[in-house]
Design a protein around this ligand. Structure first.
Ligand SMILES: [Zn+2]
Ligand SMILES: [Zn+2]
Length: 427
């Protein structure tokens, strides 16, 4: 018989819910506080934990992650009372109301026979109703641009954190990975962290933060770095190179974490239950965009890409997609979220054809044509201050609306986190 651990400080609530779960075929364990719950979870290894604790959601999140760091509990499914918060609890399922109907629906949507960490991802994985989150830690292209003029959107270079299916996936290691590393260390404390780091390419704005990534300096942590070979050297050689003396005092091999650098050979690969697909972009050297199929939907990360090739860019005033462009269009098609290089306005782009970066107007048209649900402008130019980026955003929205599109558009902003599952609506 499958076991469910109910952690709820309210005894009346436990009395009310216990027979409901038992009637659904669960063996139910009860705990009134987190300490007892922790001990019972370790001892009995339940399939599901249902949690209502009188603490803030981030604390429950931390508690669950620490619990899951213990191997037998790694795939335990969790249902958490949301306490009205809009925050997320890792890949736990949030339930806004503590009623029998909501809880039974939550258990059903988790699926009785597969654990979150083992579920096969597919293009229909969004139906699993388990949240995927992503957070921007660096949104700038080319070079970090701190200062009063960029404080709103942020000055750190490319880095996005994705949490899905029990995996932590970091997209690029620009200078934004440094504050991310500090946040992960604070969140996990003594618990080990398992991280996948996907590198789009080895231009400096996408790897320069790696030597300052704190979790790489702790032997309890496991770090898997994946990417395609650099323009001349392999991925490992390039990452080693930027940490060689006289550029940096610590060599890559001296980082104490369990660090594995895997050069990708296939365009399809997986990270735990998350299926990923790569697509080479139109950018100097070797650069890949990544499409992640997560339980919360499809997220495509395309940080550096020039939308149209110089030679085939226009014919009779109309954009002409190149074969590469058609490939990219198929790659981003129907994405729930597209994070795309929109470094230049149309006027700027005319002076930067062939530089390998996106023209805002063309990216918007491309995304609309590919039925993207939500677009994030990304890789902001270092010369664009907050006012300018806000103007580009307004222009992009006008353009999409003029095309009759309901696509949502935002400019990526450092520190902002988003959730990709209509969890509350599913309950
Ligand atoms: Zn870049
Ligand atoms: Zn680049």
């Amino acid at each position: 018989m499958k076991t469910l651990l109910l952690i709820d400080e309210n005894e009346a609530s436990r009395r009310r819910l216990l027979p409901v779960f038992e009637a659904s075929g669960w063996r139910v364990l009860e705990a009134a506080d987190e300490k007892t719950g922790w001990d019972l979870a370790r001892e009995c290894q339940p399939e599901v934990i249902v949690v209502d604790l009188p603490v803030k959601l981030p604390d429950v999140t931390y508690w669950l992650r620490a619990l899951r760091s213990e191997a037998p509990l790694r795939n335990v499914k969790c249902v958490v009372r949301s306490l009205g918060s809009t925050a997320v609890a890792g890949d736990a399922l949030l339930v806004p109301e503590w009623t029998e109907a909501h809880l039974l629906a939550a258990l059903e949507s988790l699926g009785a026979d597969h654990a979150p960490g083992a579920a096969p991802a597919s293009e229909t994985a969004g139906n699993q109703q388990i949240a995927t989150t992503f957070k921007f830690w660096g949104v700038r292209g080319s070079i970090p641009t701190p200062g009063a003029d960029t404080v709103f959107f942020g000055g750190n270079t490319s880095c996005v954190e994705v949490r899905a299916g029990g995996e932590i996936i970091i997209l690029d290691a620009g200078s934004g990975i440094r504050p991310l590393g500090l946040a992960l260390a604070a969140e996990f404390g003594p618990a080990p962290i398992r991280i996948n780091l996907l590198i789009s390419h080895t231009h400096w704005d996408h790897i320069q933060g790696f030597p300052f990534f704190l979790p790489a300096y702790d032997s309890k942590n496991e770090l898997r770095v994946l990417g395609f070979e650099g323009a001349r050297d392999g991925l490992r050689a390039t990452l080693v190179g930027q940490m060689e003396s006289p550029y940096f005092p610590v060599a890559l091999h001296q980082m104490p974490s369990r660090l594995v650098i895997g050069e990708l050979k296939d365009m399809r690969f997986s990270m735990g239950p998350i299926q990923a697909q790569a697509c080479f972009t139109n950018h100097p050297g070797v650069c890949a965009g990544y499409r992640l199929v997560t339980p919360g939907g499809v997220l495509v990360y395309m940080p550096d890409n020039e939308t149209f090739l110089r030679d085939g860019r226009r014919a009779n005033g109309s954009p002409v997609p190149s074969p590469l462009e058609r490939n990219i269009c198929a790659f981003i098609r129907d994405a729930d979220v597209l994070i795309a290089d929109t470094q230049y306005t149309a006027a700027e782009y005319d002076r930067h054809v062939g530089w390998g970066h996106g023209c805002l107007d063309e990216v918007v048209r491309l995304a609309v044509g590919a039925n993207v649900k939500r677009l994030f402008l990304f890789h902001h130019d270092p010369s664009h201050d907050d006012r300018f980026v806000a103007g580009m955003l307004a222009h992009a929205r006008e353009l999409a609306s003029g095309l009759g599109s309901a696509m949502r558009i935002d400019a990526a902003r450092e520190g902002e986190q988003f959730e990709m599952a209509p969890v509350a609506a599913a309950c």
